[in-house]
Design a protein around this ligand. Structure first.
Ligand SMILES: [Zn+2]
Length: 178
């Protein structure tokens, strides 16, 4: 926790010494920097403030997603940063490999072999006090969905694993007292 103080000439504005920036900042300026750093198009000079919990608190975002993936243009499948994401999800290379698998041939006209089969997957998670789920029609693995959620959600995320339908029915019986 930083130590807060006021300047006589700036009453009612809390200041503190920021360790990351090695500078004295007002809490307002700190929160503004944190907000500016949290968007995908953020200027590189804001990078120090990205994912800073103190900045998040000063911006009033107590429950902000602290993941380093947050608002980064990262491909959910290969985890590389991309200049642009197709459908806000995949890099151009992964999108092209997927397309080749869907149509059954690559640019050379031969059968694609590089990409493992893609399957429909869902993931459930809690964020901002709400239960959400995400389904990707063609995904490589569960990690692809986890990376996408961490990248795209503004609030911190807790993942849950959806039980088999049989186990869910059993749980409902317990919860309702039989
Ligand atoms: Zn990719």
């Amino acid at each position: 926790m930083p130590v807060y103080f006021e300047f006589a000439e700036l009453p009612c504005r809390q200041h503190f010494v920021c360790d990351r920036l090695r500078a004295t900042l007002s809490t307002d300026a700190c929160g503004d920097r944190w907000k500016a750093a949290g968007v995908a198009t953020a200027n590189a000079r804001w990078i120090t403030c990205k994912n800073c919990r103190i900045g998040a608190r000063h911006a009033g975002a107590i429950n902000a997603n602290p993941s380093p993936f947050r608002a980064v243009k990262i491909c959910a499948r290969c985890h590389l940063t991309a200049s642009r994401l197709i459908a806000k999800h995949l890099c151009i290379s992964c999108y092209n490999r997927q397309r080749e698998q869907v149509v059954g041939k690559n640019a050379k006209g031969t059968r694609p072999v590089k990409l493992a089969p893609l399957h429909r997957r869902s993931i459930s998670y809690v964020t901002g006090g709400t239960l959400k789920s995400m389904t990707v029609e063609r995904s490589l693995d569960a990690m692809e969905l986890i990376v996408a959620v961490l990248r795209d959600e503004a609030c911190s995320v807790q993942f849950g694993w959806q039980a088999q339908p049989g186990a869910r029915a059993l749980q409902q019986i317990w919860e309702t007292g039989g």
